[in-house]
Design a protein around this ligand. Structure first.
Ligand SMILES: [Zn+2]
Ligand SMILES: [Zn+2]
Length: 261
């Protein structure tokens, strides 16, 4: 049996629909061996309703630690999905340093003052080539910051299906090389299938680049409700196998191990 993990899910501690325990039950039913929570943490912006209030970080961690004691037949990890802001690396580092986390997902949701995933209006009237370039460069800066273990949905900028006219391969190649150099994993995020894009992140056309550059991979659902834990995973693993991946990254107290699948 494939050792399956799902490290990207949101409970009511941020913008998920259910309490963490409901996701654990769902994960056991889905046959996962290991799961991890990754609530949204966004420093330096006004608190939005999709984010966990930073003062709730300790109660959140305590809650997940208690779940570990309650559920013995599945491994439960503690993570965060943290927004990256260039120029704020030291402040983010200071906030994260004392936390007893198993992994940290670094994500770019903001380009400037706006998030790229809160409606197609963001894209209208803009140069799509430049948006893609700016987005991927911001993700590469997040990768090189040393703050994160996993990069979340590395081409979220595809969410509404806008396509640039230029060749994107060099951008993905640069990103994959940066991930390898800084020893950061990428995720095959299956939640894009539920968004207007209707496909996984990253673009399957460029998955071979991550393989060629030997970037470690995780498969994550980015579930915001228990029924989506482990969603589309059979297809995701099949896709990775087809590309040539043979092992996946698991994390424990921010140390990466590789497990064959
Ligand atoms: Zn995200
Ligand atoms: Zn997420």
């Amino acid at each position: 049996m494939v050792y399956k993990t799902d490290y990207h899910m949101h409970s009511t501690f941020s913008d998920g629909r259910s309490a963490p325990e409901d996701y654990v039950v769902s994960a056991i039913t889905a046959g996962l061996s290991e799961i991890g929570f990754s609530e949204h943490l966004t420093l330096f912006k006004d608190l939005e309703d999709w984010n966990m209030n930073p003062v709730n970080t300790s109660p959140y961690i305590n809650h997940i630690e208690n779940l570990r004691k309650q559920f013995k037949n599945i491994k439960i990890k503690i993570g965060l999905e943290v927004d990256f802001f260039e120029g704020k690396e030291y402040e983010i580092f200071d906030f994260l340093r004392p936390l007893p986390l198993d992994y940290i997902i670094g994500s770019v949701h903001y380009l400037g003052e706006k998030t790229v995933d809160f409606g197609p209006e963001f894209y209208e009237g803009k140069n799509i080539d430049r948006l893609f370039e700016a987005y991927i460069h911001s993700v590469a800066a997040a990768t090189a910051s040393g703050l994160f273990d996993i990069i979340g949905h590395c081409d979220l900028i595809r969410i509404y299906g806008f396509r640039p006219s230029s060749d994107l391969e060099p951008l993905y190649r640069m990103l994959a090389k940066t991930m390898k150099i800084h020893d950061v994993a990428f995720e095959l995020n299956t939640n894009g299938r539920n968004r207007p894009l209707a496909d996984f992140y990253p673009d399957r056309k460029f998955l071979h680049i991550f393989r060629e550059e030997h970037v470690p991979v995780c498969v994550n659902s980015d579930a915001h409700m228990p029924s989506r834990v482990g969603q589309y995973f059979d297809e995701a693993y099949e896709l990775l196998r087809y590309i040539g991946f043979t092992e996946m990254a698991v994390f424990d107290k921010r140390i990466r191990h590789m497990v064959p699948f």
